[in-house]
Design a protein around this ligand. Sequence first.
Ligand code: R1P
Ligand code: URA
Length: 232
Amino acid sequence: MSLHIKAKKGEIAENVLLPGDPLRARWIAETFLQDSECYNDIRGMLGYTGIFEGKRISVQGTGMGIPSAMIYTHELIKEYGVKKLIRVGSAGAFKPDLELMDIVIAMSASTNSSLNRERFRGADFAPTASFDLLIKATDFARNNNIAFHAGNILSSDVFYDEDPDYYKKWAKYGVLCAEMETAGIYTLAARFGVEALSILTISDSLVSKEEISAEMRERKMHEMVKIALNSF
Ligand SMILES: O=P(O)(O)O[C@H]1O[C@H](CO)[C@@H](O)[C@H]1O
Ligand SMILES: O=c1cc[nH]c(=O)[nH]1
């Protein structure tokens, strides 16, 4: 047991999906995993282990934001020996060609968080996806005719920015969308020598102001989860 996860050693698989929403974790376990068992409900941050096509896989909610996601990522790697982590999250589009429910695979994660400035004494570290997981995810998507975008994303510390146009500068530099965890997850994966990838589904657009419902964010992101499960 770790401070925030009450699984016993061995109850968590080496491959873990990381949704921010713990209820999305429950939906993924109930929808995609056979014989799944809940190993964590501390703080309501649900975690499950089950079987997908013969492989043992866990799914652990991380909560919202880099600090929360880094707590779970740290404990999964250091206390439970997790080797591959794939975030399955929602994101807000920065570009007009990104539509609701489009898939984005995050090659790298820019951030307005100071987490790495602290670590690298003012210098900028570039949180980057695992090349192997990235290739597996893009190969699976291509072979199964699932359209996707791949590129740099923003892991933001702010959901409700005071300036509704803040995204335009990032968009000008090719950043595709915003979410709130990937830079922290990629940083810890690099630090501890394990693999991480984020696969995101567009839930709203900062350009068009459209959005999907909370219910859809919890239980309608099938394609993202399919890509993730087939990338381990
Ligand atoms: O849907 P999840 O995975 O939580 O991801 C996104 O949604 C939350 C904000 O609504 C943040 O956690 C952001 O990263
Ligand atoms: O962090 C996030 C997640 C979804 N949509 C956003 O606009 N921001």
